[in-house]
Write a protein that binds this ligand. Sequence first.
Ligand SMILES: O=C(O)CCC(=O)C(=O)O
Length: 298
Amino acid sequence: MVCEFRYYSQGSTGVTYAKTDRPGPLKQIPMKLTTQEKQAGLLNESNLNLAIQLLQDDGFVVIEEALPKPWVEDMRAVVNAELESRYAGDEDALDRTRRHGGFGSPMKMPFTDPLIIENPMTFQIVSQVFGKRFFSSLPYGCNTAFPGSSVQNVHRDCGLLFPELQVALPPLLIVVNYSLDEFTAENGATEIWPGSHHTLNDDPEEISTLRVGVERPAHSPSQQTLMPAGSIVLRDMRTWHRGMANTTDKTRTMLSLVYFRPYYLPDNLGVSVGELTDDEWQQFSDRAKQVYRLRRQG
Ligand SMILES: O=C(O)CCC(=O)C(=O)O
């Protein structure tokens, strides 16, 4: 069977619509970087185009081992310590969320490391899809599947902008995940339904809860984001997905930042980042201040 996918390129930098014919249903193969790309921390032109095409055709793309290993190891240790203090003495909170948890990032290094908040590969892709004035907000989150986590309901993280139109539109929100652990079937790698970002629906319950009924996912192909630590996943937030069971005795974590198309954002919107010292404020680049619309207080 050959499925016809619509391929949106260039986003608000000049939308062109092209059609790609790809055999379906497909299992997406994670992208691998060249040595030069890893050294430069940037995608070459053909991989940039491929990443955009996969994101737009399948609703997600996995870029393997995009972050330096020693950096990932340091970050994992810091994040695990933060998770431990967040849930110390509060196991009930985890049980209420099927042992899927996380925290809001502190506004200081290493949480505000440019590799996270202005990752060059992420910014290459997002600025092509949304245009240069895309925005986001801090603090960002993280998704941790704790040992003993159970399978979540299949859901979208955002709905369709105009469900009544019954037309699949380009993306409005993209979530970017940075894996700090290897993601395996055993530790609960996220399950994703390729192409489901373009699935239309008129079920009011589904529209209001973002939960997808059991029937449609059961009859559509899905795959897990099996990937090494240090990989990047970009996902159109309409794409069906769910957190899975972690049957190991170690946590499985990814950092999660959400990027938005700039529409409807007042030009003068600013996000107060609380009282920061001069040093803390100066660690943010001008680009980070612009993307996160940061405003200093105090
Ligand atoms: O941690 C994951 O794999 C996905 C979690 C998720 O989708 C959620 O918590 O909404």
